[in-house]
Ligand binder design. Structure first.
Ligand code: PLP
Length: 352
């Protein structure tokens, strides 16, 4: 497969004609009830705004969320909560199973330890020893496979299917496996809810949202949020070596790509989530891809602004630099008065 274009304007994008009503109260209340809940910071980067020629650049900093260095706990906690509520009360306590490239598995393992449940976490090749150890430290059993992320997800589904007491908590979806991943997407809503609230406290509303994408579940939540705003654009960013959303938008249909190696481990996914795809197809304005050097430079830049960022989180700033140079920037609502929200989805410590 040829290298993806760094920038792809999405021909299938359809701006919403009306503002959808979104209710995130139940999810937000649930998160507020968890130990250590606090809104994550929304940091303004005036220098980055000036460089990009926009009114404001805000970073939603998920480097510390519910005691973990990534946003993932928002989805894992809500999905586990909903999945347990849907189980027969008389059934044995389940064993939580998932595949992960780091952050999601650690969040599922943390939920299991909070609830006194067993967890089995499957990890593909390319995940750092430190990230694996973090999951073990939560008390989970970790199995490291010499396989890609997509194959590891398949194996986790097989392991869970073979055990009547297992509960698969996977952050991607396929035909017939839809409830849990939808709850995960619903759980991510708290992040956008907080960001909109914090922006409003500064008299701002979010016009453009740049979201790091692996399977696209977070981007799916971003698109859902954008439809509750008057005229908000969502742009995805993926590593050049794992640009399945970009490839899917290019072809107009859900497409699997062969993945490579990248420091952006959380984004190293070959297949978009089945549930996310229809909304990504019409809800993303553009897709971007960044390489290692761009992600590293953005990470250093964020660090110089005092933001603790891992490569996945920094990808959103790298994408802003890229889009700022695009002739299509006005179509993407990058104007001197617009507010851009970047998602710093992980801190550096989760990516070591
Ligand atoms: C740090 C980080 N950012 C972004 C993502 C992308 O989320 P999604 O796979 O839902 O697109 C992930 C996924 O694991 C991640 O760990």
């Amino acid at each position: 497969m040829p290298s993806p274009e760094p920038f792809l304007y999405n021909q299938h994008f359809r701006p919403s004609t009306s503002v959808a009503k979104g209710s995130t109260t139940e999810v937000r209340e649930f998160h507020c009830s968890l130990p250590g809940y606090a809104r994550t910071p929304l940091v303004s980067l005036p220098d980055a705004a000036e460089a990009a020629g926009v009114g404001a650049v805000l970073v939603k900093d998920e480097s510390s969320r519910l005691g973990l260095p990534a946003f993932k706990m928002l989805g894992a906690s809500w999905a586990v909560h909903r999945a347990l509520a849907a189980r027969d009360e008389k059934a044995a306590p389940p064993r939580l199973v998932t595949a992960t490239d780091g952050n999601h598995g650690r969040a599922v393992a943390r939920m299991a330890s909070w609830l006194g449940l067993q967890a089995t976490i499957l990890v593909p090749r390319g995940v750092s020893e430190a990230a694996i150890q973090f999951i073990r430290d939560e008390g989970a059993t970790v199995e490291v496979l010499d396989a890609s992320y997509d194959d590891t997800v398949n194996e986790a589904a097989r392991v869970a299917n073979a055990d009547p007491d297992a509960l698969l908590i996977q952050d991607t979806s396929w035909v017939g496996y839809e409830d849990v991943p939808q709850w995960i997407v619903d759980g991510y809503a708290t992040l956008f809810d907080e960001a909109a609230e914090q922006a409003a406290e500064s008299g701002l509303s979010i016009d453009v949202l740049i979201v790091p994408a692996g399977v696209g579940s977070l981007a799916h939540a971003a698109v859902a949020f954008s439809r509750t705003q008057p005229d908000c654009r969502v742009i995805s960013v993926e590593p050049t070596v794992a640009a399945c959303i970009s490839a899917s938008l290019q072809r107009g249909e859900l497409t699997t790509v062969t993945t490579g190696e990248t420091s952006m481990a959380g984004l190293n996914c070959g297949t978009p989530a089945y549930l996310a795809w229809p909304d990504l197809r019409t809800g993303l304005s553009a897709a971007t891809t960044v390489d290692e050097a761009q992600a590293t430079a953005a990470l250093e830049e964020l660090s110089s602004f005092g933001v603790d960022s891992g490569p996945c989180g920094a990808a959103s700033l790298a994408a802003l630099h890229l889009i700022a140079e695009e002739p299509a920037r006005t179509d993407l609502r990058l104007t001197p008065t617009t507010t851009v929200l970047l998602l710093n989805t992980e801190g550096f410590s989760s990516a070591r």
